[in-house]
Write a protein that binds this ligand. Sequence first.
Ligand SMILES: Cc1cc2nc3c(=O)[nH]c(=O)nc-3n(C[C@H](O)[C@H](O)[C@H](O)COP(=O)(O)O)c2cc1C
Length: 581
Amino acid sequence: MTFDQPSSGLPAEPTSTDPIDRVIAYHIRTKHHLNRYARSLGFLDWANQPNPFRRFEGAPLIRLPLLNPDDEPRSPAYDAMYQPGAVASQPLTIRTISRFFELALGLSAWKRAGESEWALRNNPSSGNLHPTEGYVLVPPVEGLEPAPGLYHYAAKEHGLELRADFPPAQITQVLAPFPDGAFLFGLSSVHWREAWKYGERAFRYCNHDVGHALGSARLAAATLGWTMVLLDGADQNQVALVLGTHRQADFGEAEPEHPDCLAVIWPHESVKRDAHDLPLCLDQAVLKHLAAGPWHGRANPLSREHGVHWEAIDEAADASWKTSEEIQAIPLTMAPQIRSEAHHVSQATSDAATIIRQRRSAVSFDGRTSISAATFFQILHRVMPRVERPQLQRPIPWDVLPWDPAIHLLLFVHRVEDLTPGLYVLARDTKKLPLLQRAMHAELEWTPVPGSPDDLPLYWLLQGNAQRLAAQVSCHQGIAGDSAFSLGMLAEFEGRLRQGGSWWYPRLFWEAGLVGQVLYLEAEAAGVRGTGIGCFFDDPVHEVVGIKDLTLQSLYHFTIGGPVDDDRLLTLPAYYHLQRG
Ligand SMILES: Cc1cc2nc3c(=O)[nH]c(=O)nc-3n(C[C@H](O)[C@H](O)[C@H](O)COP(=O)(O)O)c2cc1C
């Protein structure tokens, strides 16, 4: 008689040292299965719940003016925010920086239940844990003193902490290749904040949150008439150098920050007709001088103890580290005003900033509310990046990602008037239609949807009530079935990684997060509500449409419908804690 070896239930450790194999191994290892979730503690260690607010103790804090919604700079209409060139450019001042950070990463409200009180932000985050930290590197700005340099955004104080003051001449050199009035924006992640709750799968969630934050920053910039593009040619050591995340002495015992990305932001009107190319990287020689500082502040520890250290996260972060710089550039052209066609205009009656501030995740849906087909098509239209256009003329926020889309939507339609319930696919890049079709069951219909706009590559796959199925594959969460529709974001997976490199792994999640951010706002604009869904059973989702290999992988889910509010919670204004005096 033989006995089976006891199994941990986990896939074998990766033996390959190829970074692409290593990120794929991480991905497979962190799948949720119907009978087994990805590894995590399995309970919440409340005593060590991480502080969602990072501070750099000893760094000078410059408070940003708390602006009322009606104060200048005022918000454009919601639809104008998405149209390249439609909003007049604001100058870079302490007031516009204040508005930018408020709408990008600022607080949206406080919630209170009994003794507990917690903040919500304009950018969402898995579990409201907010691993993402924001930075700017700015030239001299009136009112932002003592110095130009690198600042960290302190969300609770709505202030900027001076991490490093750099000589103005050096900053000018760094920003010289970019249009007048440009500054840099950067994001980093404290992986521990998500790992505390979600264990090994947390690297995925941190990168979703980066994508959401990129979206909220791009749209905040759009309300000020600013353009924003990811400096994706830069290698990750450069990102670390600019954001100071490599400075171990400043972090000491505090949780480290993982440098994610840098973007350049500029007033779109500063681009002249005879413009040149826009580089997507930074000058290495100039950066070295910049890193000399002087630097200020020490990071605050976020938890007293850290219990389990999730090595799989370090492994994924290491394997996906972008080690090479690409000297890429894109044509820097002034965007012609592209007017929205009638069927591309939302029903939003509020301005952009109101919609951004009111964004919330629905905690449950009523299982009744339907949306019209026109609203459904409008929402889908907004996530179309229009790949046929040059990068900077793509609809906002798709101009921020300097790559052709890798994410397509598998839709579970429950309650959309005049649409047959069932499964649909939105191909965000029609060139990829054969790839999508080959990766799925041969029997699926792929019928164009009657009544949908010609420029919406929406296909009907299968008829039927998918409410139970959607909830089941979303970790049994009712929100996926009780809504008007929910969806899985299918990423072109192994091909992108093998072709582009292991550093594409986080980028696929960034793009998914950005899609999620647009969906959140579109839901609000349509008078309904959305929720991001990070918890889903990976392969059972794939099986729904017969995906058998790693060509496509679902990375993130989303649901939109009529919300049911939790009226046990008290809501307090975003900055009431600063106004108490
Ligand atoms: C990447 C990501 C994954 C999420 N996953 C879930 C989920 O699986 N289930 C859920 O109910 N909410 C989920 N949420 C919603 C968050 O819990 C919510 O954003 C957070 O509590 C903050 O609340 P707010 O969005 O109202 O500001 C997710 C959000 C994000 C950004």
